[in-house]
Each structure stands twice: as structure tokens, then as C-alpha cells.
Write a protein that binds this ligand. Structure first.
Ligand code: ADP
Length: 239
């Protein structure tokens, strides 16, 4: 990979955007998280496991995950209609499918786990930022998961394989490929590809995505660790 190639925002091809993460940001939800990747900002609220209504939609074998990915009307340059678009319905489904891989659903029959994603600002990579926030919010809700899911998009832009595309790059990219993994299991839980990559480029892009996911995973763990250390600190002060 050519290290001289500099991207529109000054990043190197293998560089992530600046990341901020926080958990427990909403008091009323069972679990919540906020994630910023560059100018992309998402907030997630998780409820459950809780009784599912209408009851006929419940499964006697496992919990049902319900997921709503929504872009706020103010998240884009032009006002976005608050009504769910086809894209939002599709993203809700692929994110739900990814989350269902990590949750121990079979432990909570007849219940639902409800995940609400609100994109506050959209600047590329919103499905990946959403997945990163969802797994933090699930952990924050105390819902047993096999692993934290970590996600990032890679793509081909001006002939270069790049990590974590912003909107400008996404629009002009020859290809973009969001990837989500469960690192401890070497398992891919989401992979979508728009555009065209050669086999060699695909391998290079996939390896770069995994590298990016590992860095994001480290920040997710750090975020959870510092949250629970601070709660523990407060408890000790109360004694
Ligand atoms: P992702 O956000 O996961 O990359 P897409 O590739 O579909 O998903 O979208 C890329 C980017 O295009 C989004 O992050 C957002 O910045 C922009 N975008 C998507 N939908 C809209 C919309 N309805 N209006 C304006 N911008 C949008």
C-alpha cells in the first residue's frame, strides 16, 4: 500500500477517523451508548430482555431481537424525511442479524430485546458506527453476549484501498465494504460490498478492515472498563 497517498481529510489510507465512545448515556434505557467516528455520530438505546407484545410474535425457544436504525432529520445536509426509508429498513435488518449472532438469545425465551439506533450526524459508515454502539449498549444493559462486535468500512478510492470512509470518499469510491467481526471467534457477522474489487484487492481490503476492527475493539473494551472502574470508585466512596 502506498503510504504517500493522502486522503481529502488528510488521513493515510490505513488510518481511522478520531473515535469517541461512551456508555450509560441515557438514564431510562436498560443500556445505552454513544459513538462518534469522525463526524458520524450515533446514539443507541437497548431495552430488555422484556415481555414481548404482541405475544404471538414471541418465540418459545429464544429471545427475539427487534432493531430500528433511524437517521434523524437533521443528520444530513438536506433535511431527511423522518419516515423510514427502504435503506433504513434494510440496515435495521442487517444490524439485527449481526447482533443476533452475539447475544445468548436461547437464555431468554418469549422475550424481546429492543434496540433503537438514532443517527445524529451521518458522514459515512453509519451502519458500522451503529453496530459498534449497539454492542456497547448491549454490554451496558448487562445482556449476555459472546463477544463485542466491532465494525468498520473499507473501500477503494482513487485506486487505493482505504480504511473508514467518510461520506465524501463513500460517494466517490470505486467500492465500499462494511465489515463487522466478533474478534474472539474469528467470525464475520456482516460483510457487504458495493462496487468492484479484484480478488487481491478484496483480500487487502478485508485484512485492513480486520485491523481497523481490532483497534475499535480495543477502544470499546477501554470504554467499558473505564465506565465500570468509575462506578466502582463511586461505590467505594459511598462506604
Ligand atoms: P453507511 O452510512 O453505513 O456508510 P451508506 O453507504 O448507505 O451507509 O451511506 C453512506 C453515507 O451516505 C451515509 O453515512 C450518509 O452520510 C449518506 N447518506 C445516506 N443516506 C442519506 C440520505 N438519505 N440523505 C443524505 N445523505 C445520506
Amino acid at each position: 500500500m502506498s503510504s504517500e497517498f493522502v486522503r481529502p481529510d488528510g488521513r493515510l489510507p490505513d488510518q481511522l477517523r478520531p473515535i469517541k465512545m461512551a456508555v450509560g448515556v441515557l438514564d431510562r434505557a436498560d443500556g445505552s451508548a454513544y459513538v462518534e467516528q469522525g463526524n458520524t455520530k450515533v446514539i443507541v438505546a437497548v431495552y430488555g430482555p422484556r415481555e414481548l407484545h404482541p405475544r404471538h410474535k414471541a418465540s418459545p425457544e429464544a429471545a427475539v431481537v427487534r432493531c430500528r436504525y433511524h437517521m434523524a432529520p437533521f443528520s444530513t445536509r438536506e433535511r431527511k424525511s423522518p419516515n423510514p426509508s427502504r435503506r433504513e429498513v434494510e440496515l435495521s435488518k442487517v444490524i439485527k442479524d449481526a447482533l443476533s449472532q452475539t447475544i445468548f438469545l436461547e437464555r431468554f425465551p418469549r422475550t424481546s430485546i429492543d434496540v433503537f439506533i438514532e443517527v445524529l450526524e451521518a458522514d459515512g459508515g453509519t451502519r458500522c458506527a451503529s453496530i459498534n454502539a449497539c454492542s456497547l449498549a448491549l454490554a451496558n444493559a448487562g445482556i449476555p453476549i459472546r463477544d463485542l462486535i466491532s465494525a468498520v468500512a473499507v473501500g477503494k478510492y482513487n485506486g487505493h484501498i482505504i480504511l473508514d470512509l467518510n461520506d465524501e470518499e463513500d460517494e466517490a469510491a470505486e467500492a465500499d465494504m462494511p465489515v463487522a467481526i466478533m474478534p474472539s471467534f474469528n467470525k464475520v457477522v456482516l460483510l457487504q460490498l458495493n462496487g468492484v474489487l479484484t480478488e487481491e484487492e478484496f483480500k487487502q481490503a478485508f485484512d485492513l478492515a480486520v485491523k481497523g476492527c481490532m483497534e475499535i475493539n480495543r477502544i470499546q473494551r477501554e470504554t467499558l472498563r473505564s465506565r465500570y472502574l468509575s462506578i466502582k470508585g463511586e461505590e467505594n466512596e459511598d462506604v
